[in-house]
Design a protein around this ligand. Structure first.
Ligand code: DAH
Length: 357
């Protein structure tokens, strides 16, 4: 549209028009704007008609088309805004009459402990009466604590840069790949006093990191709970008794527990702890992949090299350790098919998990 055919003040007014319409917050100001642009007298529209009358004959056709287009555009925009403002006025009025000051206000949504933290808290509650306390370790670890102190050999795939986040600017530093390095830290700390303490037992919940792509069952960050007990003459019977008790406390007194031989470098012997599938009761379903059992923990008797590395004599002291994947357990118990739901903080999911009221 060629606005140069119009007097400059009208072209300018048109440039401001869309903003002025949007800025009209009530019907009164919109009516004033309507008068200014499309009113019968002394409006931009009436001025344009005067200009058209006196325009040279050969310009009339083109000028007429511009004027018509502008008038149509203005009228349309004014009409639409009028409809909007009338609707807003009406709903404000109906709100004013329907509002009952005697009704209580809507209840606020209360925040709640996140389902993953709730599961970790529950495990801590299960172990506290057995004399376990909570220990914490940093998420930035040394290679020594994350691997060497745990008897993980130099050529183990978990040490590769494809599996672990290393800090290039800090040699030997990485994001811990499991909570097991807390074992190394605690053992080293108490080694000088272990005689006086008579041993140690603790849980270590926390975040861990692995170089995994995000998908429904993987995340580069997830949670584990580590557990450890060191004392005199500790054997598999202590481990089995403690973990059977804990699984029953967690999954209910009828929970069936089984111990399967497995391998972890920092325990010997090592095992995996399965619970009879809490969903199908053992008959086989999607969650237990038809086996009737779900794997909950890795565990075993503390390897002598782990005690030695920390400065504790393995001929005098022995112990057991275990590690649980928190997300995996939470997914199984709640039948959540996608791990990512735990990190998105969608209130509908948190509510369904019993977290919000
Ligand atoms: N650290 C192991 C993992 O991340 C889990 C684990 C297995 C921890 C056996 C333990 C253990 O303490 O004894 O897969």
């Amino acid at each position: 549209m060629d606005l140069t055919l119009l007097p400059p003040e009208i072209a300018e007014a048109h440039q401001r028009f869309a903003c002025s319409v949007a800025a009209s917050a009530d019907l009164d100001s919109l009516m004033r704007l309507k008068g200014e642009f499309t009113g019968r007298e002394a409006s931009h529209a009436s001025r344009m008609m005067d200009v058209l009358k006196t325009a040279p004959k050969e310009q009339k056709r083109e000028l007429g088309a511009v004027i018509n287009a502008l008038k149509n555009e203005w009228e349309e925009a004014l009409k639409n805004r009028q409809i909007e403002l009338e609707a807003a006025k009406k709903s404000a009025a109906s709100l004013a009459t329907s509002w009952d000051p005697d009704l209580p206000p809507p209840l606020p949504v209360h925040g709640a402990i996140h389902p993953l933290n709730r599961l970790m808290d529950r495990l801590v509650d299960v172990f506290r009466p057995l004399g376990y306390h909570v220990e914490e370790g940093p998420e930035t670890e040394t290679e020594a604590n994350n691997f060497d102190g745990l008897n993980i050999p130099e050529d183990h795939p978990a040490r590769g840069s494809a599996d672990t986040f290393y800090f290039s600017a800090h040699a030997g530093k990485l994001l811990r790949t499991h909570t097991s390095p807390v074992q190394v830290r605690v053992l080293q700390r108490i080694a000088p006093d272990i005689e006086k303490l008579g041993g140690i037992r603790f849980l270590a919940p926390g975040r861990v990191y692995r170089k995994d792509e995000i998908d429904p069952t993987h995340s580069p960050m997830f949670h584990q709970v580590e557990g450890m007990l060191v004392g005199h003459g500790i054997g598999m019977h202590h481990l089995k008794g403690t973990l059977s008790y804990a699984m029953k406390a967690l999954f209910g007194p009828a929970a069936d527990v089984r111990f399967r031989p497995s391998y972890f470098p920092f325990v010997e012997p090592g095992c995996e702890v399965d619970v009879r599938c809490p969903l199908c009761g053992g008959s086989g379903c999607r969650v237990c992949k038809g086996s009737g059992w779900v794997e909950i923990l890795g565990a075993g008797l503390v390897h002598p090299n782990v005690l030695k590395f920390a400065g504790i004599d393995p001929t005098v002291w022995s112990g057991f350790a275990f590690g649980m994947g928190v997300e995996r357990t939470a997914m199984m118990v709640s039948q959540t098919p996608d791990l990512r739901l735990f990190f998105e903080n969608d209130q509908r999911f948190l509510k369904a998990m019993g977290g919000l009221d």
